[in-house]
Design a protein around this ligand. Sequence first.
Ligand code: SAM
Length: 486
Amino acid sequence: MSDKKSILPQAFAERMRRLLGSEYESFAASYESGRQYGLRRNPLKGSEEAFDRAVPFPLRKVSWAREGYYYDAESRPGRHVLHEAGAYYIQEPSAMAVAEVLSPNPGERILDLCAAPGGKSTQIAGRMQGQGLLVSNEVMGDRARALSQNVERMGIANCVVCSEKPERLSSFFPAFFDRVLVDAPCSGEGMFRKDEAARAEWSPENVAMCAKRQALILEEAAKMVRPGGVMVYSTCTFSPEENEGTISAFLQNHEDYYIEETVFEGIFSPGRDDWTIAPGAGIEHTLRLWPHLIQGEGHYVARLRRKGQETQLSAAERQQWQDDVHRRGKENDTARTENWKITGDKKLCKLVEAFLREELGIDRAWMARHPGRIVKFGEQIYLAPEEMPSFDGIKALRPGLHLLTEKKNRFEPAHALARTLLEKDTKRRRALTEAEAAAYLRGESLNCGEERGWTALFYEGYALGFGKASGGQMKNHYPKGLRISL
Ligand code: SAM
């Protein structure tokens, strides 16, 4: 049953009225105004200035997210060449706060446990600047594939995408990560303004079921944080059971964790200690994002730290995992090429590097930005992040950056490789007009001159994919499954 005036499920509206008291009227009124639309610039693909020059529609900055912008609904940025090129990711503005609270850094080991379709993962990767290991996990297979596609579209190299249950992952990565994000499945009350399905599916029983599931997921996530590491928990719902309730119950059973303050206190609203089962745990340092108080939808974010002597213990753990890499890895004879900091089968490393340099014109600067380990699965050759201990026993849809496919006596470059290139990275490139870029995305061949061989194709400085020139035609190598008419 819906409350006619406010389109909200009646039991939900009644509960919010009880919780919010005099504030309820302005909360309910926020449902009369339109939702907020946001997108996030991809810092892996170029500078803010280049982005400002390329984007043809008006944008306004989101104050709490470095790369975040509001756009007007009529701009339809999802139907633009720049979207396909990975210049930005469409993401609701409040959702951008979560990765900001996680505050990832280059070189770290980070897990995004509930990652599809990839909003937070792609934001985290932007901050990591290709350095370190990002494991993006999604339990549902079809959603994990969508996640993998988004990781590829955004040109992310150092991300392993896997599809495992949290309890399997926690036995694979005990106390391994510097930061773990749990963007938990929830009852989605914060999305009621933008998502009719969330309103239709809501029920008090579903809220209770979500809270139970969140506790289980958090339990497994906690095992994967190294001592001294950070765990961020977030939802897009309002119910106390799924937010303050989940966190305070977790803290009751985990003396080794505590709530950490964030730089967003005073910008967002405090979590409500009076809505917990066990007050006094510092819940007021968690964050509530209310749609009637900010320009964004509803969210909750808590930042926890695992106790421990950060640097000492992490060094010991790092050593232990390094040892494991050598014990478990199959391809790690530590061969390195002259120019590229990669390890793996020595002969294969050299062949791969020669192909990248000679056939694709990729230079040392790209190689310097992309260290890793060459791994081969069947005919597919990947650049795996060096920190990834092993792939034995884990369902990895994407074991790192897909570089090449080995065909009979030759290599073919992978689409994912093209997406990591900046114009300065390759001599074998061509800048496309908007009409040519649109034709390329539809799968059409392009006219070209005398040139021959693989060519990276760019639009406004953003790599779209490869073409192969011969006889005055640039053959289209944009993957069939991604082709689109804009
Ligand atoms: N972090 C994502 C983003 O920013 O694009 C959104 C994640 S969404 C809120 C929660 C995800 O958790 C869903 O993709 C859902 O499939 C997944 N999920 C559902 N049940 C789960 C479970 N039992 N364990 C782990 N993840 C689960």
